[in-house]
Design a protein around this ligand. Sequence first.
Ligand SMILES: Nc1ncnc2c1ncn2[C@@H]1O[C@H](COP(=O)(O)OP(=O)(O)O)[C@@H](O)[C@H]1O
Ligand SMILES: [Mg+2]
Length: 295
Amino acid sequence: MSEKKPKVLFIAPAQSSKTTHMILEEAKKEFDCSLVPIYELTIGMNKGKIKIMHKGRELKGYDYIFPRIDSKRAEYGFDIISAFDYTGVKKPYHAKTIRIAHDKFLTGLVLSKEGIPVPKTYLAKTKEALRDISRQIKFPAMIKLLSGSGGRGIIYVEDINALESIMSSFEILGQHIIVQEFVESGGKDLRVLVAGDTIIGAMKRIAKNGEKRANICVGGTGERYVPGDEIKELSIKTAKALDTRLCAVDIIESSKGPVVLEANINFGIQGISKATDANIAKKIVEFIADELKIK
Ligand SMILES: Nc1ncnc2c1ncn2[C@@H]1O[C@H](COP(=O)(O)OP(=O)(O)O)[C@@H](O)[C@H]1O
Ligand SMILES: [Mg+2]
């Protein structure tokens, strides 16, 4: 008699990414997998019972949920994963991690509270409020929208004039921002993939000429990187602080030591697979298999 394969449910945008497909294809070798578009999920609640449905049919009997929730779908994702939190099914993180990890300000707060070094950061809503604190801000600086990824919504500013002029535009859009001290690193940063209590891959990213952001999507290049104990421990501590078993931690090595920029719960694996010449998708599947063994 053949052993029954664990059932794994992938929840992703309708147009799922290359990363989702890479992991799904690998996962199909080990598990009985299904993929559902997140906006096709509905939740019902009645008399203390919570019903998670896909196209009106209750989703039941899954051993693991693998969410792929980007910042655009973070709100609906939060509600859906909140419902899964009630079911007790295994997954890499609880709903609250979505709120925190998709918000660079909240991420900073949580990490600071856990004693993890982050760049000096200020939250502000108006140009006037920024002017009030401008003497405390050291330039150059990075302006960041709170949610976003791939370097989008991150702007380098040389001085207060540039900061105010950009802030005017964000104010019109009703958007608040964070201003972060620019940490000099020669355009390089580190990306470390944490799975459970281990590191399954790491790369150094180098920004293209004239660019401050090292993200691969904006022209950065990745190369293999073997993290030492300090970077490994910092990455795992970051994942733990955000209460996620799986994430990609972005770190800058400053002259005063490493600082954590953010942790991505919806990280891509194409760049890091290429840079490390490793099957990262397979490593993620092995991680899920190990998680399923934990009682
Ligand atoms: N405070 C900072 N100092 C120096 N470089 C930064 C700083 N913040 C961000 N960067 C650069 O910009 C990139 C994108 O920033 P990050 O906060 O990770 O946002 P995103 O979600 O867009 O990846 C980083 O990978 C890094 O290269
Ligand atoms: Mg990043």
